[in-house]
Design a protein around this ligand. Structure first.
Ligand code: C5P
Length: 314
Protein backbone atom coordinates (compact mmCIF):
# COMPACT_ATOMS: atom_id res chain seq x y z
CA UNK A 1 0.00 0.00 0.00
CA UNK A 2 0.93 3.60 -0.49
CA UNK A 3 -0.92 6.22 1.54
CA UNK A 4 -0.30 9.96 1.47
CA UNK A 5 0.58 12.53 4.09
CA UNK A 6 -1.49 15.72 4.03
CA UNK A 7 -1.20 19.46 4.32
CA UNK A 8 -4.14 21.48 5.62
CA UNK A 9 -4.44 24.39 3.19
CA UNK A 10 -6.94 25.84 5.61
CA UNK A 11 -7.83 24.77 9.13
CA UNK A 12 -10.63 26.63 10.93
CA UNK A 13 -11.37 25.57 14.46
CA UNK A 14 -14.55 26.24 16.46
CA UNK A 15 -15.06 26.25 20.21
CA UNK A 16 -14.45 22.93 21.98
CA UNK A 17 -17.54 20.70 22.33
CA UNK A 18 -18.67 18.64 25.31
CA UNK A 19 -16.96 15.53 23.86
CA UNK A 20 -13.58 17.30 23.96
CA UNK A 21 -13.38 17.65 20.16
CA UNK A 22 -13.48 20.85 18.10
CA UNK A 23 -15.76 21.38 15.11
CA UNK A 24 -13.56 21.99 12.08
CA UNK A 25 -13.72 23.29 8.58
CA UNK A 26 -10.54 22.24 6.84
CA UNK A 27 -9.25 21.86 3.30
CA UNK A 28 -6.94 18.88 3.02
CA UNK A 29 -4.49 18.24 0.22
CA UNK A 30 -2.78 14.84 -0.08
CA UNK A 31 0.90 15.23 -0.94
CA UNK A 32 3.56 13.02 -2.44
CA UNK A 33 5.29 12.24 0.87
CA UNK A 34 3.81 8.84 1.54
CA UNK A 35 3.77 5.87 3.86
CA UNK A 36 4.51 2.44 2.42
CA UNK A 37 2.55 -0.21 4.26
CA UNK A 38 2.84 -3.97 3.73
CA UNK A 39 0.46 -6.49 5.23
CA UNK A 40 1.26 -10.22 5.17
CA UNK A 41 -0.60 -13.17 6.61
CA UNK A 42 0.94 -14.83 9.70
CA UNK A 43 0.42 -18.38 10.93
CA UNK A 44 -2.93 -19.11 12.61
CA UNK A 45 -2.92 -17.84 16.20
CA UNK A 46 0.25 -15.72 15.74
CA UNK A 47 -1.66 -12.45 16.21
CA UNK A 48 -0.62 -9.00 15.01
CA UNK A 49 3.02 -7.95 14.62
CA UNK A 50 3.85 -4.32 13.76
CA UNK A 51 7.32 -3.35 12.51
CA UNK A 52 8.40 0.19 11.65
CA UNK A 53 11.20 1.22 9.30
CA UNK A 54 12.36 4.42 7.60
CA UNK A 55 14.74 7.26 8.41
CA UNK A 56 12.59 8.78 11.16
CA UNK A 57 10.83 5.81 12.71
CA UNK A 58 12.04 6.34 16.31
CA UNK A 59 9.29 6.67 18.85
CA UNK A 60 6.60 5.10 16.67
CA UNK A 61 4.77 2.56 18.84
CA UNK A 62 4.62 -1.05 17.64
CA UNK A 63 1.96 -2.13 20.13
CA UNK A 64 -1.81 -1.80 20.20
CA UNK A 65 -1.58 1.98 20.44
CA UNK A 66 -0.42 2.03 16.80
CA UNK A 67 -3.41 3.00 14.62
CA UNK A 68 -2.47 0.42 11.97
CA UNK A 69 -2.74 -2.33 14.62
CA UNK A 70 -6.19 -1.07 15.58
CA UNK A 71 -7.19 -0.90 11.91
CA UNK A 72 -6.32 -4.58 11.38
CA UNK A 73 -8.22 -5.53 14.53
CA UNK A 74 -11.35 -3.67 13.42
CA UNK A 75 -11.35 -5.29 9.97
CA UNK A 76 -10.70 -8.77 11.40
CA UNK A 77 -13.57 -8.30 13.82
CA UNK A 78 -15.90 -7.34 10.94
CA UNK A 79 -14.67 -10.32 8.88
CA UNK A 80 -15.11 -12.66 11.86
CA UNK A 81 -11.54 -13.95 11.59
CA UNK A 82 -8.45 -13.87 13.81
CA UNK A 83 -6.09 -10.96 13.12
CA UNK A 84 -2.98 -12.95 12.23
CA UNK A 85 -1.24 -10.22 10.29
CA UNK A 86 2.26 -8.81 9.95
CA UNK A 87 2.18 -5.03 9.40
CA UNK A 88 5.30 -3.30 8.08
CA UNK A 89 5.24 0.50 8.14
CA UNK A 90 7.86 2.37 6.14
CA UNK A 91 7.63 5.95 7.37
CA UNK A 92 7.95 8.50 4.58
CA UNK A 93 5.84 11.16 6.32
CA UNK A 94 7.47 13.07 9.20
CA UNK A 95 6.51 11.48 12.54
CA UNK A 96 4.45 13.64 14.93
CA UNK A 97 4.62 16.45 12.40
CA UNK A 98 1.03 17.44 11.71
CA UNK A 99 0.99 15.66 8.34
CA UNK A 100 -1.10 12.66 9.42
CA UNK A 101 1.47 9.91 8.76
CA UNK A 102 -0.06 7.70 11.45
CA UNK A 103 -3.50 8.28 9.95
CA UNK A 104 -2.15 7.32 6.52
CA UNK A 105 -0.84 4.07 8.03
CA UNK A 106 -4.29 3.38 9.46
CA UNK A 107 -6.03 4.13 6.14
CA UNK A 108 -3.61 1.83 4.30
CA UNK A 109 -3.99 -0.93 6.90
CA UNK A 110 -7.80 -0.78 6.62
CA UNK A 111 -7.77 -1.26 2.84
CA UNK A 112 -5.03 -3.91 2.93
CA UNK A 113 -6.62 -5.87 5.77
CA UNK A 114 -9.97 -5.80 3.96
CA UNK A 115 -8.21 -7.35 0.96
CA UNK A 116 -6.00 -9.82 2.87
CA UNK A 117 -8.72 -11.07 5.23
CA UNK A 118 -11.41 -11.12 2.49
CA UNK A 119 -13.66 -8.93 4.64
CA UNK A 120 -15.50 -7.51 1.61
CA UNK A 121 -16.15 -4.13 3.26
CA UNK A 122 -17.84 -1.39 1.23
CA UNK A 123 -16.31 2.08 0.86
CA UNK A 124 -18.84 3.40 3.37
CA UNK A 125 -17.92 0.72 5.91
CA UNK A 126 -14.21 1.47 5.46
CA UNK A 127 -14.95 5.18 5.91
CA UNK A 128 -16.88 4.48 9.11
CA UNK A 129 -14.04 2.41 10.57
CA UNK A 130 -11.58 5.12 9.50
CA UNK A 131 -13.52 7.81 11.38
CA UNK A 132 -13.48 5.61 14.49
CA UNK A 133 -9.68 5.39 14.32
CA UNK A 134 -9.03 9.14 14.05
CA UNK A 135 -10.23 12.41 12.58
CA UNK A 136 -7.69 12.41 9.71
CA UNK A 137 -7.98 8.73 8.74
CA UNK A 138 -10.97 9.12 6.35
CA UNK A 139 -8.99 11.65 4.33
CA UNK A 140 -6.11 9.16 4.13
CA UNK A 141 -8.54 6.84 2.32
CA UNK A 142 -9.84 9.52 -0.04
CA UNK A 143 -6.75 11.59 -0.93
CA UNK A 144 -6.64 14.38 -3.55
CA UNK A 145 -8.27 17.57 -2.14
CA UNK A 146 -11.30 17.58 0.13
CA UNK A 147 -13.16 19.84 2.51
CA UNK A 148 -13.44 18.24 5.95
CA UNK A 149 -16.13 19.18 8.47
CA UNK A 150 -17.26 17.66 11.76
CA UNK A 151 -14.03 16.53 13.45
CA UNK A 152 -12.47 16.71 10.00
CA UNK A 153 -13.87 13.30 9.12
CA UNK A 154 -16.91 14.33 6.99
CA UNK A 155 -15.44 14.84 3.55
CA UNK A 156 -16.50 16.52 0.32
CA UNK A 157 -14.04 16.22 -2.57
CA UNK A 158 -13.02 19.56 -4.11
CA UNK A 159 -12.27 20.33 -7.75
CA UNK A 160 -8.75 21.56 -8.31
CA UNK A 161 -6.57 22.39 -11.27
CA UNK A 162 -2.82 21.97 -11.51
CA UNK A 163 -0.20 20.90 -9.03
CA UNK A 164 1.14 22.63 -5.93
CA UNK A 165 4.82 22.34 -4.99
CA UNK A 166 5.82 22.41 -1.35
CA UNK A 167 8.90 22.74 0.77
CA UNK A 168 8.30 21.01 4.10
CA UNK A 169 10.50 21.89 7.06
CA UNK A 170 10.44 19.34 9.87
CA UNK A 171 11.54 19.42 13.50
CA UNK A 172 12.97 16.44 15.35
CA UNK A 173 10.67 17.01 18.33
CA UNK A 174 7.02 16.58 17.36
CA UNK A 175 4.02 18.33 18.91
CA UNK A 176 1.11 16.50 20.52
CA UNK A 177 -2.11 17.25 18.63
CA UNK A 178 -4.15 17.17 21.86
CA UNK A 179 -1.75 19.63 23.52
CA UNK A 180 -1.94 22.04 20.57
CA UNK A 181 -5.75 21.97 20.76
CA UNK A 182 -5.61 22.57 24.54
CA UNK A 183 -3.31 25.55 23.97
CA UNK A 184 -5.77 26.83 21.35
CA UNK A 185 -8.54 26.58 24.00
CA UNK A 186 -6.48 28.66 26.43
CA UNK A 187 -5.09 31.23 24.01
CA UNK A 188 -7.40 31.38 21.01
CA UNK A 189 -6.34 31.67 17.37
CA UNK A 190 -3.88 34.50 17.98
CA UNK A 191 -6.02 37.42 16.74
CA UNK A 192 -7.04 38.50 20.23
CA UNK A 193 -10.36 36.61 20.14
CA UNK A 194 -11.10 33.95 22.72
CA UNK A 195 -11.46 30.30 21.75
CA UNK A 196 -14.59 29.82 23.85
CA UNK A 197 -16.52 32.70 22.25
CA UNK A 198 -15.77 31.86 18.64
CA UNK A 199 -18.38 32.19 15.94
CA UNK A 200 -19.19 28.79 14.43
CA UNK A 201 -16.78 27.91 11.64
CA UNK A 202 -18.31 27.79 8.17
CA UNK A 203 -17.13 26.50 4.82
CA UNK A 204 -17.90 29.88 3.20
CA UNK A 205 -14.82 31.21 4.97
CA UNK A 206 -12.75 29.18 2.52
CA UNK A 207 -14.54 30.41 -0.63
CA UNK A 208 -11.46 32.32 -1.82
CA UNK A 209 -9.19 29.32 -1.32
CA UNK A 210 -11.55 26.91 -3.09
CA UNK A 211 -11.97 29.36 -5.94
CA UNK A 212 -8.19 29.69 -6.34
CA UNK A 213 -7.75 25.89 -6.20
CA UNK A 214 -10.42 25.42 -8.87
CA UNK A 215 -8.83 28.02 -11.11
CA UNK A 216 -5.27 26.71 -10.70
CA UNK A 217 -4.32 30.13 -9.28
CA UNK A 218 -1.28 29.21 -7.18
CA UNK A 219 -0.64 32.75 -5.97
CA UNK A 220 -4.28 32.99 -4.85
CA UNK A 221 -3.89 29.69 -2.99
CA UNK A 222 -0.76 31.08 -1.32
CA UNK A 223 -2.65 34.18 -0.15
CA UNK A 224 -5.58 32.13 1.19
CA UNK A 225 -3.61 29.59 3.28
CA UNK A 226 -4.90 29.71 6.85
CA UNK A 227 -4.41 27.83 10.12
CA UNK A 228 -6.25 28.66 13.36
CA UNK A 229 -3.88 26.31 15.25
CA UNK A 230 -0.76 28.13 14.12
CA UNK A 231 -0.62 30.55 17.08
CA UNK A 232 -0.94 27.63 19.51
CA UNK A 233 1.82 25.69 17.72
CA UNK A 234 4.04 28.80 17.76
CA UNK A 235 3.37 29.23 21.48
CA UNK A 236 4.54 25.66 22.15
CA UNK A 237 7.45 25.83 19.68
CA UNK A 238 8.47 29.52 19.28
CA UNK A 239 11.36 28.54 16.93
CA UNK A 240 8.76 27.94 14.22
CA UNK A 241 8.50 31.71 13.73
CA UNK A 242 12.01 31.64 12.22
CA UNK A 243 11.02 28.83 9.85
CA UNK A 244 8.12 30.95 8.57
CA UNK A 245 10.30 34.07 8.25
CA UNK A 246 13.07 32.31 6.31
CA UNK A 247 10.49 30.84 3.90
CA UNK A 248 9.08 34.32 3.33
CA UNK A 249 12.53 35.71 2.61
CA UNK A 250 13.03 32.87 0.13
CA UNK A 251 9.95 34.07 -1.76
CA UNK A 252 7.34 31.51 -0.70
CA UNK A 253 3.81 32.16 -2.02
CA UNK A 254 2.57 31.38 1.49
CA UNK A 255 3.90 29.47 4.49
CA UNK A 256 1.89 27.90 7.29
CA UNK A 257 2.24 25.39 10.08
CA UNK A 258 0.75 22.13 8.78
CA UNK A 259 -2.19 20.97 10.93
CA UNK A 260 -1.10 20.93 14.57
CA UNK A 261 2.57 21.21 13.54
CA UNK A 262 5.45 21.45 13.92
CA UNK A 263 6.03 20.82 10.19
CA UNK A 264 5.97 24.07 8.21
CA UNK A 265 4.63 23.91 4.66
CA UNK A 266 5.87 26.59 2.27
CA UNK A 267 4.16 26.90 -1.10
CA UNK A 268 6.65 27.31 -3.96
CA UNK A 269 6.42 28.43 -7.60
CA UNK A 270 8.09 25.25 -8.88
CA UNK A 271 9.93 22.14 -7.64
CA UNK A 272 13.15 24.10 -8.08
CA UNK A 273 11.82 26.97 -5.94
CA UNK A 274 10.74 24.42 -3.30
CA UNK A 275 14.32 23.09 -3.19
CA UNK A 276 15.61 26.67 -2.86
CA UNK A 277 13.32 27.32 0.13
CA UNK A 278 14.55 24.05 1.68
CA UNK A 279 18.17 25.11 1.11
CA UNK A 280 17.46 28.48 2.76
CA UNK A 281 16.06 26.68 5.82
CA UNK A 282 19.08 24.39 6.01
CA UNK A 283 21.53 27.31 5.62
CA UNK A 284 19.74 29.25 8.39
CA UNK A 285 19.78 26.18 10.65
CA UNK A 286 16.10 26.57 11.53
CA UNK A 287 14.85 23.06 10.67
CA UNK A 288 16.01 19.51 11.39
CA UNK A 289 14.87 18.12 8.04
CA UNK A 290 13.65 19.26 4.64
CA UNK A 291 11.38 17.50 2.16
CA UNK A 292 9.98 18.65 -1.13
CA UNK A 293 6.62 17.31 -2.19
CA UNK A 294 3.81 18.02 -4.58
CA UNK A 295 0.09 17.57 -4.44
CA UNK A 296 -2.58 16.55 -4.89
CA UNK A 297 -2.04 12.81 -4.96
CA UNK A 298 -4.27 9.76 -4.52
CA UNK A 299 -5.51 8.24 -1.25
CA UNK A 300 -4.47 4.86 0.21
CA UNK A 301 -4.15 2.34 -2.57
CA UNK A 302 -2.79 -1.10 -3.29
CA UNK A 303 0.49 -0.89 -5.19
CA UNK A 304 1.20 -4.58 -5.36
CA UNK A 305 -0.77 -7.63 -4.36
CA UNK A 306 0.48 -11.20 -4.20
CA UNK A 307 -2.06 -13.99 -3.81
CA UNK A 308 -0.97 -16.72 -1.40
CA UNK A 309 -2.01 -19.38 -3.91
CA UNK A 310 -0.83 -17.90 -7.17
CA UNK A 311 1.30 -15.42 -9.08
CA UNK A 312 1.32 -11.66 -8.42
CA UNK A 313 -1.88 -9.84 -9.34
CA UNK A 314 -1.83 -6.34 -10.78
O1 C5P B 1 -9.12 12.23 16.17
P1 C5P B 1 -7.70 12.14 16.64
O2 C5P B 1 -7.46 10.99 17.55
O3 C5P B 1 -6.71 12.21 15.53
O4 C5P B 1 -7.45 13.47 17.49
C1 C5P B 1 -6.33 13.62 18.32
C2 C5P B 1 -6.63 14.69 19.36
O5 C5P B 1 -6.78 15.97 18.72
C3 C5P B 1 -7.94 14.47 20.09
O6 C5P B 1 -7.75 13.69 21.24
C4 C5P B 1 -8.38 15.89 20.45
O7 C5P B 1 -7.71 16.33 21.61
C5 C5P B 1 -7.83 16.72 19.30
N1 C5P B 1 -8.85 17.02 18.27
C6 C5P B 1 -9.83 17.95 18.55
N2 C5P B 1 -10.77 18.26 17.60
C7 C5P B 1 -10.75 17.67 16.38
C8 C5P B 1 -9.76 16.71 16.07
C9 C5P B 1 -8.82 16.41 17.04
O8 C5P B 1 -9.86 18.51 19.64
N3 C5P B 1 -11.67 17.99 15.48
Amino acid sequence: MRAPGKVNLSLRVGAVQDDGYHPLVTVFQAVSLAEEVTLTERAAGAGILVEVTGPASDGVPTDRTNLAWQAVELVAERAGVDPDVHVELHKGVPVGGGMAGGSADAAAALVAADHLLHAGLSRDELHELAARLGSDVPFGLLGHVAVGTGRGHLLTPAMTRGELHWALGTRARGLSTAEVYRTFDERGPGDGSSAAEREPVHVDQDAELLQALGAGDTEGVGRALHNDLQAAALHLAPELADVLTVAERAGTLGAIVSGSGPTVAALARSPRHARAIGAAWTAAGVVDGVHVASGPTHGARIVHSVASDGPPRP
